[in-house]
Design a protein around this ligand. Structure first.
Ligand code: FAD
Length: 355
């Protein structure tokens, strides 16, 4: 069977950037993507999220960023990605959901999707986090009679009108949901840790410092935290009405258990709620890489260059982009370039199996 020089898994911002740079370096590859259409995770964002609401989508290499206007993000970004794939002739194959990557005895990697397989010398993993939502478990969760949503299935603010809503989570999504829901519903906010608010402007230096914190974790092989979780929270114009209504001031530490009509706080008092919205984040979607044994004893995948690189320390044939410090659109772009160089290095140093 034909052996490719690289297989990129995932066609979001990270995968497209990697494919662009691989193409420029003349490296023969395919991009396998689980979705039916271009757009990565952006095609699945809720309808109410406009380009003005997003924190900022960086441009892909050699392209312009989608405009910050009132267009829906789940339309504008997929349209930009689709045009980009066409303009640069990127070899995306979809829908292909990779279920496993293995190493055969002659040093060739095999990427499996059902009964299809691709043989390759290197892999660039760019599968993001959207397909791996994190839902913590609390006692009594299954007894709750109201609705529970995770960020992945957020139905938009109108669904919550007139209800009593518990928003769980201390990240940017929780802040954004409260901003949209508090003006039309009663809200309660619960977080595990005291939220850290930024009052200063979010300068490039502050961004770099936040990314450096995630790099340190990845350098030690720890599971990465999201970049947003270390940047601190900020309120934007869209959230000022909710702030005025006290939605952020009234934050509680996590409840102890869930009951059919609400939650029980640690002090024994009960809170009736109609809906629980779990804005509890995501984890890297990397289960398909398990057979390659890349994880360190600390539970994460250690990357080279003190966590600033994209090459897996455990196996330099594997690059990870959009993982840890590069899990933002700007980070994913840069990582795509670094990964293509990493692939080039790996191909140059490979030992040719004896005939
Ligand atoms: P994705 O866009 O998730 O693309 C991954 C691709 O891999 C998908 O197409 C998927 O189908 C495919 N895939 C997954 N598993 C497999 C598999 N097993 N086989 C084959 N294909 C697979 N970042 C910003 O910079 N600005 C923002 O404003 C911003 N807003 C955000 C809002 C939310 C609600 C969330 C959750 C994240 C946000 N981020 C933002 C983070 C941002 O989404 C990511 O950093 C970036 O878009 C992720 O790009 P990616 O290419 O790594 O992953």
């Amino acid at each position: 069977m034909d052996i490719l020089d690289s297989v990129v898994i995932g066609a979001g911002q990270a995968g497209l950037s990697a494919s662009y740079h691989l193409t420029r370096l003349g490296i023969r590859h395919v991009v396998l993507d689980a979705d039916d259409r271009p757009g990565g995770a952006w095609q699945h964002r809720w309808d109410a999220l406009t380009m003005r609401d997003v924190h900022g989508v960086a441009e892909l290499p050699d392209d312009a960023a989608p405009p910050r206007d009132d267009e829906r993000a789940n339309v504008a970004v997929p349209a930009t990605f689709a045009a980009y794939e066409r303009a640069h002739g990127l070899p995306v194959v979809r829908p292909v959901r990779v279920d496993r990557a293995t190493d055969d005895d002659d040093g060739i990697l095999v990427v499996h999707a059902g009964d299809r397989e691709w043989r390759t010398r290197t892999i660039v993993n760019a599968t993001g986090t959207w397909t791996h939502p994190f839902l913590p478990h609390y006692p009594g969760m299954e007894t709750f009679l109201g609705d529970q949503f995770h960020t992945v299935d957020y139905p938009g603010p109108e669904y919550f009108r007139g209800k009593r809503v518990l928003v769980v989570g201390g990240g940017a999504s929780a802040v954004q949901f409260l901003g949209a829901i508090a003006p039309i519903a009663e809200t309660v906010w619960a977080t595990r840790r005291e939220p850290v608010w930024r009052t200063d402007d979010f300068t490039p230096e502050a961004g770099a410092a936040a990314v450096a914190l995630v790099e340190q974790r990845v350098a030690q092989g720890l599971p990465p935290e999201s970049v947003v979780s270390v940047t601190g929270l900020m309120l934007r114009e869209q959230e000022r009405e909710a702030e005025r209504l006290g939605a952020y001031a009234d934050r509680r530490p996590m409840f102890e258990r869930i009951e059919p009509d609400g939650v029980r706080w640690a002090d024994g008092t009960f809170e009736r709620v109609d809906v629980i919205l779990w804005a509890t984040g995501f984890r890297p979607a990397i289960a398909h890489l398990a057979p390659l044994h890349l994880r360190s004893a600390a539970g994460g995948i250690q990357l080279d260059r003190n966590g600033r690189g994209t090459t897996a320390v455990a196996d330099p044939r594997i690059q990870l982009v959009g993982y840890g410090p590069s899990a933002s659109t700007i980070g994913a772009n840069r990582a795509g370039r670094a990964a293509a160089k990493g692939v080039q290095r790996s191909l140059a140093t490979r030992t040719v199996p004896a005939p």
